[in-house]
Design a protein around this ligand. Structure first.
Ligand code: SF4
Ligand code: FES
Length: 265
């Protein structure tokens, strides 16, 4: 049964689309692309709402709905993320939940796949295990100094350029698009955003050297590839995290190693 959920504008027909979606029951079995049709899709729907329409159809037919990650649907949480026609988060530099169907044309065929990286194994269909990012954060993405209450924080002067750059880096939502877009499946942009965010602030100084050596060592342990400065990561990043953060990470790493910092084993 085709869903009737579609274009709310009276008298206007929505889009008819062919979807080729990666289906994989669990990590142990081989996956494959499966073709589905959706009809009368409103251009104003988000990509995830379009997948909701498909899943309604599948459930009504007694089939297994397509598993995909999502939470806020506002571009904040970083949970959503799929390859759309071979591009991380699709044709716009935004999150999959903020991508609208007006980016596609009536009659299009759209390929939808999970992030492809051995450090992000597929759990089911389009959902991947991104806990490797959590372990990189655990390795050093924190501060230990007491920061007090909000008035105390305001009493610590931070140069405007540093606070702006730290804020920009802090907008990383951990979605993993940088890894998925990188031909080396490198997590460097993610790690560099965290290192930059904390390394530019006074509160981040006590762990600065240990942070960078331990986070870089952890991303290697997780099996992410090395960075060769291709820049696909930054081009795909929905938050526009810049390659400058990677320069800052390399600068900090060199300084930390010269000062004798070594990763915890
Ligand atoms: S750097 Fe950008 S693409 Fe990578 S995890 Fe952060 S927000 Fe996502
Ligand atoms: S669902 Fe939260 S960023 Fe997309």
């Amino acid at each position: 049964m085709q869903s009737s959920v579609g274009n709310p504008a009276a008298g206007k027909r929505g889009m008819n689309l062919t979807l080729r979606i990666w289906r994989q029951k669990d990590p142990a079995v081989k996956g494959k692309m499966v073709t589905y049709k959706v009809t009368d899709i409103s251009p104003d729907m988000s990509f995830l709402e379009m997948l909701d329409v498909l899943n309604e159809q599948l459930i009504m037919q007694g089939d297994d709905p397509v598993a995909f990650d999502h939470d806020c649907r506002e571009g904040i949480c970083g949970m959503c993320g799929v390859m759309i026609n071979g591009e991380a988060h699709g044709p716009q530099q935004t999150t999959t939940c903020q991508l609208h169907m007006r980016s596609f044309k009536d009659g299009d065929t759209i390929d939808v796949e999970p992030w492809r990286a051995s450090a992000f194994p597929v759990i089911k269909d389009l959902a991947v295990d991104r806990r490797a990012f959590d372990r990189i954060i655990q390795a050093g993405g924190y501060i230990s100094v007491p920061t007090g209450t909000a008035p105390d924080a305001h009493a610590t002067p931070v140069p405007k350029n540093d606070s702006d750059a730290a804020f920009d880096a802090a907008t990383c939502i951990g979605c993993g698009a940088c890894v998925a877009a990188c031909p080396n499946a490198s997590s460097m942009l993610f790690t560099a955003a965290k290192v930059t965010h904390l390394g530019l602030l006074p509160q981040g100084q006590p762990e600065r050297d240990d942070r960078v050596v331990n986070m870089v060592a952890q991303q290697d342990r997780e099996g992410f590839g090395g960075c060769t400065n291709i820049g696909e990561c930054s081009a795909a990043c929905p938050k526009g995290i810049s390659m400058e953060t990677i320069s800052r990470l390399n600068h900090d790493l060199l300084g930390a190693l010269r000062a004798g910092a070594r990763p915890k084993s």
